[in-house]
Design a protein around this ligand. Sequence first.
Ligand SMILES: Nc1ncnc2c1ncn2[C@@H]1O[C@H](COP(=O)(O)OP(=O)(O)OP(=O)(O)O)[C@@H](O)[C@H]1O
Ligand SMILES: [Mg+2]
Length: 257
Amino acid sequence: MSQSNPMQKPKVVFEGVSKRFQKGKESLHVLNDINLTVHDGEFVCLLGPSGCGKSTLLNIAGGFESPDSGRVMIDGEEVDGPNSRRVFVFQEYGIFPWASVWDNVALGLRDLDQAERSEVVQRTIDMVGLTGFEKSFPMELSGGMKQRVEVARALAVSPDVIYMDEPFGALDSLTRLTMRSEIIRIWEQEKKTILFVTHDVDESIQLADRVVVLSARPGEISEIVEVDMDHPRDLGSPEYGKIKNRLYQLLGVSHTI
Ligand SMILES: Nc1ncnc2c1ncn2[C@@H]1O[C@H](COP(=O)(O)OP(=O)(O)OP(=O)(O)O)[C@@H](O)[C@H]1O
Ligand SMILES: [Mg+2]
């Protein structure tokens, strides 16, 4: 996907977003003039060093923080507060430990009647591969399974946009790989718009249509790198290696030790 394709519908648009935090007497300049269009159905990764403002940018896009200047539009409407129907914020520890898998997924669906709710809950649990674990509680599940519950919660409420802030950071590397391919499978099936924060170069290349590279604080977009590769992606291909080199270069680090 490319930003210049006129056929693509803008979904989330950042217009000149800047943000400072007051830290005692000091003012911390976190984000500077972020301009970005995320298209409908696109998978965009935000990649940048720790502290560059990635989470702050997602919080602004979710309506949890307000920018000092600029604005974020979703479907042409300015974001001015959290709206759970429009945006689902995927949290690493977002599931409720006291509720079963079924209830965790059902909790966001109180508006539906019982038959419809049951149908949606079962369908999303099946989709994320947790069939048979409906009655289990989080403490009985592995880390990867808990993440699947979180994915199911996100999909069940059928939001237009899903924000994910390093959702797989706490998982071991094999489970992380599995979760990445699962999220791609589901994204291809459901055609959601996903904005995904990571500081893992490989993760961004494996997932994104475009990788937005942010500079160190104040976070500015240093470059947007397109990943023009079909899924499943060949991690050993020259194209993959080329993108990886470019991203490391942009982050200013060497990846040879
Ligand atoms: N509510 C807040 N009040 C004051 N300072 C904040 C607040 N939220 C974030 N900051 C500061 O803003 C900077 C950017 O934080 P942010 O969490 O957005 O970075 P990040 O890119 O997500 O980092 P990481 O990769 O470590 O998660 C940090 O220096 C942080 O201390
Ligand atoms: Mg963060």
